[in-house]
Write a protein that binds this ligand. Structure first.
Ligand code: C2E
Ligand code: CA
Ligand code: CA
Length: 639
């Protein structure tokens, strides 16, 4: 038993740690510095000994052999110096260390035999020099090789073993004593080497573990944000040099924040773990998956076939995310959208790859949730235009350039106008008229929305103050306007200053407002509701709101999105949706406004469904503030 243990540890000492790449690379790095040092010491000492023997020993021993050994040493030295400038990989390290291990006994033997060869020629001083040369040089060599245990041990055994035997048998007391000294020192040195090596391996594995921990996402076990970006750099460099395509995909879960809000963080965490596993399973081998943080994941696809294949794989990933997940007694189902961008087609560096994938995701989420969006030339043009809008907006005189127009909201049952929705208009001196759908998102992104809302609200309230007291005002708030108690306070102050009765004001919010922080939106809307304002949920039906969710907000109205009305006549699904939304609003005691009525046919169908309040081009396009009073005095055009 003990013998097998001993054999095992001998075998361990005598072998290179092939299956431990971190250790191999660390050993190799140490070697690239220490081996050149070793050869320099070896050569200088060797020429020192050769010089002291030149007058007594033959030429071939003092010149020819040292020259040969020097040539070999220089070749090895240059080899190591070159390696020190290269990136170390597992394969390179293994090859270099194996070669060193194979060569070590031959080189050790050659130097030992050469030194013994000189011994008989010198006087006692020179003989002592031979002994000193061997004893001291081997210590240097062992130190330089201590990171490669098998080589250090081999050298120690060959040089010191023959040294001790040779001098112990020399019959001279001084040499016998030197032999004993050297044997003892060698034993001590080997013992220290073993301890040092153990510490070294411990340090390397601790460093490897730290590296692993710093690069892993502890919740899902996937690579984390830091690992993602360093992998992206690596994959990009490889793709560039190989001339292969590279894609970055960013995945965002739709409605994950709601899961967190409604079911708690523990459930949210479990869902993220499940989705992390599904992503890895759904991705082919050449796809690298990471979690960027929150509910955002990302992919690097190296050397994929073409974009058709990429999008097809993206769709598989989306459907993997969409599958229902059971967590204890609840079953959850959420979607995920992916934005891809591809090098070299649509991005030329890693920053652009990531930014474009993010842009594609953002735009994809707006038009087609739960789907794959590939960054295109169209997006590129949009980005350039948005940059222009951003520039112009930053230099805009908001007070002069922003105006509001008003679109009537009509009660169909008694054919009366019950209020107007304020809609923003921007006339830029450089770009001309820009629609709110274009500039509001830019203002949100650049943090200018609060100032814009303030200007628009002030103008809208000032106009509405002149209207008859039965007429209401609807005003659109952006998600950012509700994102903090301060911004809400600003709105309240603005309303107070205007002198307009808050009870006549409806604030419209969209579902994008509560994707981020539902609790904050609830607090904000409750505050505004307490002030007397109505709260309308805009673009209803396009988002993901659950009923529990609607119940949790102090809503007074819902506005059914125009997209359902557009194909009301032709699409039975739209018909059913509008019907059930109307029923839902009735059940929840909420007013319901149907948006975007353009034709009499649409209106007729709506009437059969019981839709009472509508807004749309059929009654009126948005009109100038100055036209409102006149509009109210005229009878409505549509019977
Ligand atoms: P929204 O709040 O859904 O506003 C309704 C949009 O539908 C308006 O477009 C309106 O002109 C248009 N619309 C009304 N009836 C019809 C119709 O029958 N057919 C068609 N095709 N369109 C109709 P607009 O003014 O371009 O505004 C677009 C969006 O920009 C708004 O959608 C709203 O989300 C945002 N927005 C507008 N004004 C403001 C504002 O003051 N603040 C904020 N935060 N967002 C605003
Ligand atoms: Ca609106
Ligand atoms: Ca709307």
């Amino acid at each position: 038993m003990k013998l097998t243990k001993l054999l095992k540890s001998v075998r361990e000492i005598a072998s290179i740690p092939r299956d431990n790449p971190d250790l191999l690379i660390a050993q190799y790095r140490a070697f690239t510095f220490q081996m050149p040092l070793m050869y320099v010491v070896l050569m200088i000492n060797t020429w020192g000994l050769a010089t002291t023997h030149m007058h007594v020993a033959p030429h071939w021993l003092t010149v020819d052999i040292p020259v040969i050994m020097t040539v070999i040493s220089v070749v090895r030295l240059i080899g190591w110096l070159r390696r020190s400038r290269q990136e170390a990989s597992h394969e390179i390290a293994l090859e270099a260390l194996s070669r060193t291990q194979r060569l070590a006994p031959f080189i050790a033997l050659a130097f030992t035999l050469w030194a013994f060869g000189l011994f008989p020629y010198g006087d006692p001083y020179e003989k002592a020099h031979v002994a000193f040369y061997m004893a001291i040089t081997v210590i240097g060599v062992i130190f330089c090789m201590m990171h490669l245990r098998p080589a250090a041990f081999t050298v120690a055994f060959i040089v010191n073993g023959s040294f001790v035997i040779f001098f112990a048998l020399s019959g001279t007391l001084v040499f016998v004593a030197i032999a004993v000294n050297t044997a003892l020192v060698s034993a001590a040195m080997l013992a220290i080497l073993l301890v040092h090596y153990r510490d070294f391996t411990g340090m390397v594995s601790a460093r490897a573990e730290n590296f692993r921990l710093a690069n892993i996402d502890s919740l899902t076990g996937l690579a984390n944000r830091r690992a993602f970006f360093s992998y992206l750099d690596f994959a990009y460099a490889r793709a560039k040099s190989d001339g292969t395509p590279l894609a970055v995909g960013i995945i965002d879960l739709d409605g994950f924040k709601l899961v967190n809000d409604i079911y708690g963080h523990a459930t949210g965490d479990k869902l993220l773990q499940i989705i992390g596993t599904r992503l890895v399973e759904a991705c082919p081998e050449n796809y690298y998956v990471a979690r960027l943080g929150g509910d955002e994941f990302s992919i690097v696809a190296s050397n994929f076939g073409d974009t058709v294949e990429l999008v097809a794989n993206g769709e598989l990933i989306c459907s993997a995310i969409r599958a229902a997940a059971s967590l204890g007694d609840i079953t959850l189902q959420i979607g995920g959208s992916i934005g891809f961008s591809v090098f070299p087609d649509m991005a030329s560096d890693t920053t652009q790859l990531f930014a474009n994938a993010d842009y594609a995701l953002y735009h994809g989420k707006r038009s087609s949730r739960g789907k794959v969006t590939l960054f295109s030339t169209d997006h590129d043009a949009k980005i350039r235009y948005e940059a222009k809008i951003e520039q112009a907006l930053q230099h805009a005189n908001l007070e002069d350039e922003l105006t509001v127009v008003f679109q009537p909201i009509v009660d169909v049952s008694n054919r009366s106008t019950i209020g107007f929705e304020a809609l923003a208009r921007w006339g830029s001196p450089t770009l001309g008229a820009i629609t709110p759908a274009q500039f509001i998102p830019v203002a949100e992104r650049t943090g200018m929305i609060e100032r814009i809302t303030k200007t628009l609200l002030k103008k809208a309230l000032a106009h509405a103050l002149l209207w008859p007291s039965t007429i209401r005002l609807s005003f659109n708030l952006s998600a950012h306007d509700l994102s903090s108690p301060d911004t809400v306070l600003d709105i309240i102050t603005q309303i107070g200053k205007s002198g307009f009765d808050p009870a006549r004001l409806d604030l419209e919010i969209t579902e994008t407002a509560f994707i981020r922080d539902f609790a904050q939106v609830r607090r904000a809307t409750e505050t505004l509701r307490a002030l007397g304002c109505g709260i309308s949920l805009d673009d209803f039906g396009t988002g993901f709101s659950s009923l529990t969710h609607l119940h949790a907000l102090p809503l007074t109205k819902i506005k059914v999105d125009r997209s359902f009305v557009t194909d009301l006549n032709t699409n039975p699904t739209s018909y059913k949706i509008v019907k059930s939304l109307l029923a839902l609003s009735r059940d929840m005691n909420l007013d319901c406004i149907i948006e975007g009525i353009e034709t009499r046919d649409e209106l007729a169908i709506l009437k059969t469904l019981g839709g009472l309040m509508v807004q749309g081009y059929l009654y009126s396009r948005p009109i100038q503030a100055s036209e409102v009073v006149n509009f109210l005095e005229q009878p409505l055009m549509v019977a």
